[in-house]
Write a protein that binds this ligand. Sequence first.
Ligand SMILES: CC(=O)SCCNC(=O)CCNC(=O)[C@H](O)C(C)(C)COP(=O)(O)OP(=O)(O)OC[C@H]1O[C@@H](n2cnc3c(N)ncnc32)[C@H](O)[C@@H]1OP(=O)(O)O
Ligand SMILES: CC(=O)C(=O)O
Length: 529
Amino acid sequence: MTDPEQFHVYDTTLRDGAQQEGLSLSVQDKLAIASHLDELGVGFIEGGWPGAVPKDTEFFRRARTELNLKNAQLAAFGATRKAGTTAADDPQVRALLDAETPVVTLVAKSHVGHVERALRTTLDENLAMIADTVGFLVGNGRRVFVDAEHFFDGYRTNPAYALQVVRTATEAGADVVVLCDTNGGMLPDDVTATVRDVLAQTGARLGMHAHNDTGCAVANSVAAVDAGATHVQGTVNGTGERTGNADLITMVANLELKRGMTVLPDGALQEATRIAHAVSELTNIVPYSRQPYVGASAFAHKAGLHASAIKVDPDLYQHTDPAHVGNDMRLLVSDMAGRASVELKSRELGYDVSGDRELVTRVTQRVKDLEAAGYTFEAADASFELLLREEAEGRPSYFDVESWRVITESRPGGDAVSEATVKLRAGGERVVVTGEGNGPVNALDHALRTAIGALYPEIDKLELIDFRVRILDAAHGTDAVTRVLVEMTDGKTSWETVGVGANIIEASWEALVDAVTYGLLRQGGASIS
Ligand SMILES: CC(=O)SCCNC(=O)CCNC(=O)[C@H](O)C(C)(C)COP(=O)(O)OP(=O)(O)OC[C@H]1O[C@@H](n2cnc3c(N)ncnc32)[C@H](O)[C@@H]1OP(=O)(O)O
Ligand SMILES: CC(=O)C(=O)O
């Protein structure tokens, strides 16, 4: 790895990332996220604004004893002192010292319009606030980074003043002046030109803090590095105020894999997918499947022609090896599949069908026909696997359904209840059972479990965890064809199946029977119907 001092990866998930609408992190969440960030190997973790946000004050207090950081240093974030006072007398500056972090990052105004209208002070007093606050913190043993807020807009409006801010901060002892695209309106060429200029005119160590309002936060950060910045700020998964901050993971992956830099400890980038998902869990944000590098779809291939080239060499349709970021290639089978897609998907599921061209052609055609009728296999691997087995060697059969029936009754003053009757043959016996439930699918599930439970006790381990219904032809109203996807788990892993029918219960039953059949197959139960 490059000396972490020469290039700073600075994470602000816990501060600017937490400024995202809808996100509220507890102190415990923040401590857990900080541990993940440290594992990712970032050099600095900005924990929050002590003295302004009570949870952040508490975070720094607990971090002293509860965090055992191996790679990162903690940074406390805050503002320059108030106008007309001194840093030593400003309680918010004191709170930064009280956080007891090795690093303090100060936000400072660098745009004349903001000094005059938001801070409502003079340009000279703003420079004095910067010099005094940086000097006071450095004098108290802190390493100081200065976030020059609205720098790029400020540089356009009054470049001389923006440069004065950079010089003032540096002369007062700031290690890095971070140029902030606070409103996120920049494009990469603006950033490159500005960073080059500022570097040439000040010689200061520069960093970049980008927001994503033009969709260019990562590109702007890379452009800043290309122009000479040696400190980048971002948030895991790109959370942050408005449209978010530069996604730190995309940014470091680009720097390592596209620019050939080594900005994380050896092997850390391979943990990126796991850590991005762990942070999604802790922030309670559903992972974004199309997220570059680490999203579930980042290396998922759907088009048949892509699959046919990938069969020869995955690099033909991938910009990098997913293993570099701990992700996996996936093949999706759908109506856009060709034989190569079916062959590679089968291999992914553990079946080598490469020698059986006829089988592959048959399966491909059935997938296309079924998709035309409303099925979708890309989200239902288990149904695809059952179809493959059916074509290859016959469907595993644990029970043969003769018929089913379900009624739903509404009783005055109570909730509606459903009762299902299922007739089937299993283990050489004909079984007729009933089951009750709070809805028709629940009642059918109970009846099926009762019918085969004695023969296949492993069914107890199987649990339905998700049930999604989609109307395929909404123009038909209640006549429309329905698609049901169900997800089942055995506690270790989960699988999805699909059912389609004009009747919602028929579609659900088909998906349920597939899910149970696949579950029994996974449990290794002998097929004895
Ligand atoms: C670009 C960024 O994302 S920076 C990070 C922003 N983060 C946050 O704002 C989250 C935490 N913020 C807070 O808890 C509160 O807003 C506080 C404690 C900072 C300030 O709260 P309050 O004193 O109640 O005032 P309010 O939120 O209305 O802000 C206005 C005050 O901040 C001052 N101010 C505004 N921007 C800055 C700045 N960059 N540096 C210093 N002071 C500033 C204004 O001059 C005004 O001060 P005044 O009341 O003395 O005139
Ligand atoms: C400092 C900061 O968060 C910004 O300027 O966007």
